[in-house]
Design a protein around this ligand. Structure first.
Ligand SMILES: Nc1nc2c(c(=O)[nH]1)N[C@H]1C(S)=C(S)[C@@H](COP(=O)(O)OP(=O)(O)OC[C@H]3O[C@@H](n4cnc5c(N)ncnc54)[C@H](O)[C@@H]3O)O[C@H]1N2
Ligand code: MOO
Ligand SMILES: [Mg+2]
Length: 633
């Protein structure tokens, strides 16, 4: 069943047109027909059938709708878009309803497909379009998220919820959406969702060049607001879900893998009360309140060789660290704290040891039946030891992630090739290999792919069939040979973002789909440092999430040894060298030139200085956040 056949379109034309002098907006003449006719032309190819919600001029709308219905609100008094939605859902003969307002004729031709993909992935009841906008009054301020709730794809089955919401007298769209699970889909082209509110705006659009039919047709911002890093990370994470498949491995083969199930302790750890010191086990009640007391040694307890007899008053047991505490004993005197030891007589002074001291209680580390390590943890050396301490020799982990990667560019030469004029050796594949291997992925190296649309398409298809994710480098910017963009968009649902960050400004993210399979695609920029930064900031958390883990990169604060220039409104990642200053505190200096092609300084660096979105220039001596390359564990 095609997607189109599952969707009914609804043009929302039931408003009062208050800002247009109460004219019927949808019927305003526009580029040879009417606004509503333009919306109908955009909507029809994406849906099985289109209905129009209108409350006035019904014959004119009916003429436009042809065989399809024109639906006035069921509620009285121009109750707003939710009333239109209600009647649309009542009519809706298909599983899904896609709405578009009658005054926004430029919306994307892949609106339905992209909203549907997000709805499916997130198991949502509906999906809405979102764009990033900038306040024209404050062009330097951070861009903000603008939801477009009138561009919504909904399950027809939410009608009872809408009826109940409207019955309360509430009319706000956002209020109703809060009762549903909503997926948000970021569209790069904010102009595509602009609506025509006033007659002046209508005249302005009427005069401007008519939009051709392609999706890129809507009037484009010359430079759409760049997406903040946190927002891009959120949008990526929102779409990605962990793989389901698991495998059971011997403990020694499970290092760095992600636990698929909780490790439940089958025993108390330690299994028995035992001594934390080499010394003498005794009953705390026998310790002297003042002066000294002498105890008779009645036996010896070794780790692994318990002493089974219970001491009586003023008797003790010589005990080694880790040995079980003999019955009735609750205190261990470290041997060096004895006042005197002669033969089998040990003399102890008052206050030499506190009753109850130097004992490790059964279960004080882990209780039998308790969760020793929660699912989702990447197994590190300490976890290996902990699991072994429970007597567990096999663990169930998430299956390895398969990640295909290739470099794009006619200028790239592989190792061993002659370096002709204008060419460079392909380095990105090597950094990607290293980063993916460190992350514990199964890597599929697909080599270098030329700037040739057919070769790129073949490579992306092969990657989608073989791997869970594809990582490419190069060709995502605006250059004349940057074909990757077009091919990615052609065979997948891939968005191209300009990010408010440096380096790593361009990034493509989405899904590549073939007849057989699909894979997530991370189209990283070509510049070698940008590849690494984009990988760490976006691909890494997404791949970890797919692996079932939520491990975050650790950061520390360090004093900048020099002033750092920073423009607010974007995140900057600078290569740094972290060390301990003369005063014993952490300090960081930059590695020098920060161009995104300068890989040597990435190699020299041991950390990244993260200068946050809103942060301005940093003065020497100020604290900055630092991300370490090498973790201890
Ligand atoms: N007009 C604009 N131009 C550029 C913009 C922009 O916003 N507007 N962004 C710049 C930024 S920032 C980056 S980063 C790059 C990204 O470009 P592409 O992703 O299209 O990558 P390419 O053009 O293919 O290559 C860029 C650069 O990197 C070298 N490269 C590529 N792959 C490799 C590799 N595997 N090993 C070594 N070096 C590689 C390539 O030779 C180029 O020098 O776009 C800017 N331009
Ligand atoms: O920001 Mo581009 O990402 O390095 O030069
Ligand atoms: Mg380029």
């Amino acid at each position: 069943m095609s997607l189109k056949s599952k969707i009914t379109g609804l043009i929302l034309a039931g408003g009062r047109g208050t800002r247009m002098g109460r004219v019927d907006k949808g019927l305003q003449p526009f580029r040879g027909s009417t606004l509503a006719a333009h919306v109908l032309a955009r909507l029809s190819p994406q849906v099985a059938t289109v209905a129009i919600n209108a409350n006035r001029n019904l014959p004119q709308y009916q003429a436009l709708a042809g065989e399809s219905p024109v639906l006035p609100d069921f509620l009285d008094g121009y109750a707003g878009p939710l009333a239109g939605l209600q009647i649309g859902l009542q009519f809706c003969p298909t599983e899904l309803l896609l709405t578009a307002p009658c005054d926004s004729p430029f919306f994307p031709e892949d609106l339905a497909a992209r909203l549907y993909a997000a709805m499916q992935e997130q198991g949502a009841d509906m999906a809405i379009a979102v764009t990033m906008e900038r306040d024209p009054e404050q062009p330097d301020a951070a861009p903000f998220r603008q939801p477009h709730p009138v561009f919504a794809l909904l399950k027809a089955s939410v009608l009872p919820q809408l009826d109940a919401y409207l019955d309360t007298g509430a009319r706000r769209m956002e209020g109703f959406f809060n009762t549903l699970k909503v997926a948000e889909v970021l569209f790069e082209d904010s102009a595509a969702f602009s609506n025509i509110n006033t007659l002046e705006e209508l005249q302005h659009h009427e005069r401007s060049t008519p939009a051709p039919a392609a999706p890129s047709a809507a009037p484009r911002d010359s430079d759409p607001p760049a997406l903040p890093v946190a927002e891009a990370q959120r949008l990526i994470c929102q779409r990605i879900t962990p793989v389901d498949a698991t495998e059971t491995l011997p403990l020694l083969a499970a290092l760095d893998r992600v636990l698929a199930t909780d490790i439940i302790s089958p025993i108390n750890v330690p299994a028995h009360d035992n001594s934390a010191m080499d010394g003498y086990a005794l009953r705390g009640a026998d310790l002297p309140a003042d002066g000294t007391a002498t105890f008779k040694v009645i036996g010896v307890a070794y780790a692994g060789h318990p002493f089974t007899q219970a001491p009586q008053a003023n008797e003790c047991v010589r005990i080694m660290t880790g040995a079980s505490i003999p019955e009735d004993c609750d205190t261990v005197l470290p041997q060096e704290l004895a006042a005197a030891i002669e033969g089998d007589q040990v003399t102890i002074a008052a206050n030499a040891v506190r009753a109850g001291a130097n004992l490790r209680r059964a279960g004080e580390d882990l209780k039998a039946g308790g969760v020793a390590i929660a699912a989702g943890k990447q197994i590190r050396p300490a976890d290996m030891g902990l699991i072994a301490s429970l007597g567990i020799g096999q663990v169930t982990v998430k299956r390895k992630l398969k990640v295909a990667f290739f470099s794009t560019g006619d200028e790239l030469r592989s190792l061993g090739d002659k370096l002709e004029p204008g060419c460079v050796y392909d380095s990105n594949r090597y950094t990607l290999f290293g980063m993916l291997t460190r992350l514990g992925c199964e890597v599929i190296d697909m080599g270098v792919v030329k700037d040739d649309p057919q070769a790129l398409e073949a490579a992306l298809r092969e990657g989608a069939n073989k791997a869970d994710a594809i990582i490419t480098s190069g060709g995502v910017s605006e250059g004349a040979a940057d074909y990757t963009r077009d091919i990615m968009a052609l065979i997948g649902d891939v968005a191209f973002w300009k990010l408010a960050m440096r380096p790593g400004r361009p990034l493509a993210f989405g899904k590549v789909q073939t007849e057989q399979d699909s894979a997530w695609l991370f189209g990283l920029p070509g510049n070698p440092v940008a590849v690494m930064i984009s990988f760490y900031m976006f691909a890494r958390p997404a791949l970890l999430r797919m692996m079932g883990s939520e491990t975050k990169l650790q950061t520390v604060q360090a004093r900048a040894t020099e002033a750092i220039r920073k423009r607010p409104g974007r995140t900057e990642y600078q290569r740094g060298i972290l060390s301990t200053g003369a005063d014993g505190t952490a300090q960081v200096r930059l590695t020098g030139a920060q161009g995104s092609g300068i890989l040597s300084s990435m190699s020299e660096a041991n950390c990244i200085v993260v200068l946050h979105h809103d942060q301005a220039n940093v003065a020497a001596g100020q604290l900055v956040e630092v991300m370490l390359f090498d973790g201890l564990v």
